[in-house]
Design a protein around this ligand. Structure first.
Ligand SMILES: Nc1ncnc2c1ncn2[C@@H]1O[C@H](COP(=O)(O)O)[C@@H](OP(=O)(O)O)[C@H]1O
Ligand SMILES: [Mg+2]
Length: 275
């Protein structure tokens, strides 16, 4: 029996795909009658699988996973063994075993994802991420930095003028300022679950941008941001500053991911609405 792919990018893809297949199997086995039970089982099955494979194939690396006990704590407050090791480690896997847990539990929805990213101390990128994969099991695809998709091109303008910007946002917790911002820039809001699914939709050109504010953690965006930047997209905080990963405090409450040609226009609008 062969082992998993050796390069970190191909390994991230392999892991995201394996976890995604397990999650599809769980949906088929449990059905949708008990959403709470399906969500809990999904988080656990995917986390356990990824944790086990990382321990087996990358034993020297540290891990930050949404589903680890104490993962949301800032390191300075209450120190768990994992929090200490990841802050001194040279390589840290940042994992969201099931992003869009709510959508995973709703029959027919495909906007949920598995996130596997690798942060490295000696990375030359501003975010520090050197590999990542976003599994979209119900869409039967995995996007990864090992084979980054081509950057989406600008859409042709209509005869009557510029196309409306399609702006993805949370279905359940969109930023309070977003309706006003969308009206100002003439954007159409596209509600969608999962940060990974929304960033994947920007990568594939199904939408033009994703804006989030009001709360999120590093694992919600690490893997999809690694793929987005490998593809040549803009990814930053909503004030334009760099996204940083493997910080002592894992909260990373806001971000903008979009085509590069839209970045200055959207950052200027963000400055007016929440600067
Ligand atoms: N205000 C907030 N505070 C904390 N996490 C948030 C948040 N808004 C969104 N998120 C997290 O970001 C991910 C995408 O959210 P959404 O689908 O609403 O866009 C979800 O991850 P999980 O599904 O992994 O919990 C969700 O929990
Ligand atoms: Mg998440």
């Amino acid at each position: 029996m062969g082992g998993p792919p050796m390069s970190d990018g191909a390994f991230a893809r392999w892991l995201a795909d394996r976890a995604g297949q397990a999650l599809l199997g769980l949906r088929a086995e449990m059905g949708f009658a008990d959403a709470g039970a399906l969500k809990s089982a999904g988080d656990k099955v995917s986390h356990d699988l990824i944790r086990t494979e990382l321990a087996r194939w990358r034993p020297a690396d540290a891990v930050l996973s949404e589903e680890d006990e104490g993962s949301r704590l800032a390191w300075a407050a209450e120190v768990s063994a994992d929090a200490v090791s990841r802050l001194t480690a040279d390589r840290v896997w940042i994992i969201d075993p099931l992003d869009g847990t709510r959508e995973f539990s709703e029959e027919g929805r495909a906007d949920w994802a598995v996130h596997v990213a690798l942060w490295a101390r000696d990375a030359t990128t501003s975010h520090g991420l050197i590999a990542g994969a976003v599994g979209l099991p119900a869409q039967h695809r995995v996007l990864g930095t090992d084979l980054p998709p081509a950057a989406p091109s600008m859409r042709p303008e209509t005869a009557g003028g510029a196309q409306r910007v399609r702006l993805a946002a949370s279905r359940s917790r969109p930023p309070v300022f977003l309706t006003d911002l969308a009206a100002e820039v003439g954007a159409q809001l596209v509600p969608m679950g999962s940060a990974g699914a929304k960033i994947a939709a920007v990568v594939t050109g199904e939408v033009d941008a994703y804006i989030h504010a009001g709360g999120q953690y590093e694992w919600d965006s690490a893997a999809p941001v690694a793929v987005a930047t490998a593809t040549g997209l803009h990814a930053s905080r909503i004030d334009g500053s760099a996204l940083k990963y493997n910080e002592a405090d894992p909260r990373l409450p806001d971000l903008l991911v979009c085509r590069k040609d839209l970045a200055s226009r959207l950052l200027a609008a963000l400055q007016r609405h929440c600067g």
